[in-house]
Unconditional design. Structure first.
Ligand SMILES: Nc1ncnc2c1ncn2[C@@H]1O[C@H](COP(=O)(O)OP(=O)(O)OP(=O)(O)O)[C@@H](O)[C@H]1O
Length: 265
């Protein structure tokens, strides 16, 4: 499905600010895999997503999605295959445009639809149908400007935008971290439902170790640009937060030092 072969990325090479953010990362995802990712501060988690979505190009290695070589493909071309949500609910939507217009933009980006002639009745129906599934009443507020929605409603709309046309891969970069706990749980539940229904291959960065173990079928731990643990199947079943922290310590010879993880405990 998604295969990363020996990915390396160094920022500011040859300068005093040189930083090797990814060091020989190799990873293979099966269709429908839901991988949760946790790691220390600056471990390279967001950089990994930036490589997959084409925000930056890799220094070496390759990224293959099914039979498509993404390695040198421009970011806007990859957007057709890859959905991405960020921590900040303001990212990824146009706040001064309505819900309907935002969905139309997403549709244009992912389905290649041209909107010179406005939004058709069928498209409005499709958007309404999709929004109704969120169970937030947004299907009756399609003319509301996205900037007027709460953080949770906005993340739900962004999720809808990213999955309007089912992506091959969905990247969730701490997408519930800025929400209050109740709203975060609701958005996580919606995420799980959407991912399950459309069998979307998903990677989710989280600072909540319990969520990392509860959601998905596989957990990756990163430290200093490397994947140091990749846990799935029987080994993952019944694993506790403490077990995972101990495994991290054993592999990295240090205690997990992620400020946000520590604040969550
Ligand atoms: N655009 C950039 N220019 C220079 N250095 C960068 C850039 N992006 C990331 N880095 C550096 O690469 C390393 C990995 O950063 P990254 O944001 O991927 O880590 P992370 O695991 O997501 O961290 P955190 O959990 O703290 O957000 C860090 O040292 C960071 O400072």
């Amino acid at each position: 499905m998604l295969t990363l072969n020996h990915i390396n990325k160094t920022f500011n090479p040859g300068t005093v600010n040189e930083r090797a953010a990814l060091k020989d990362i190799s990873l293979h995802l099966e269709p429908g895999d839901f991988v949760t990712i946790i790691g220390s501060n600056g471990a390279g988690k967001s950089t990994l997503f930036n490589m997959i979505s084409g925000n930056f190009q890799t220094d070496s290695g390759s990224i293959i999605l099914d039979d498509i070589d993404l390695t040198f493909m421009k970011e806007h071309k990859r957007a057709k295959y890859i959905g991405r949500l960020f921590q900040d609910p303001l990212k990824g939507t146009a706040p001064s445009m309505t819900i309907e217009e935002n969905l139309a933009l997403a549709y244009m980006r992912t389905a290649g639809r041209k909107f010179g002639f406005g939004i058709s009745k069928q498209e409005k129906e499709l958007f309404r149908e999709k929004l109704a599934k969120l169970d937030l009443g947004l299907e009756d507020r399609m003319k509301t400007k996205v900037g007027l929605l709460s953080g949770g409603q906005r993340q739900a709309v962004t999720l809808m935008m990213s999955t309007l046309v089912t992506p091959k891969v969905l990247l969730l970069d701490e997408h519930t971290a800025a929400l209050d706990p109740g709203t975060a749980d609701k958005v996580l539940a919606i995420t799980q439902e959407v991912v399950k229904k459309d069998h979307i291959t998903t990677m989710m960065i989280t600072h909540n170790i319990q969520s990392a173990l509860d959601l998905g079928n596989r957990t990756i731990m990163m430290d200093d640009g490397r994947i140091i643990l990749d846990i799935k199947g029987k080994e993952r079943e019944g694993m506790t937060v403490q077990d995972l922290l101990e495994r991290f310590k054993k592999e990295s010879h240090k205690v997990l030092d992620n400020d946000r993880i520590l604040l969550t405990k």
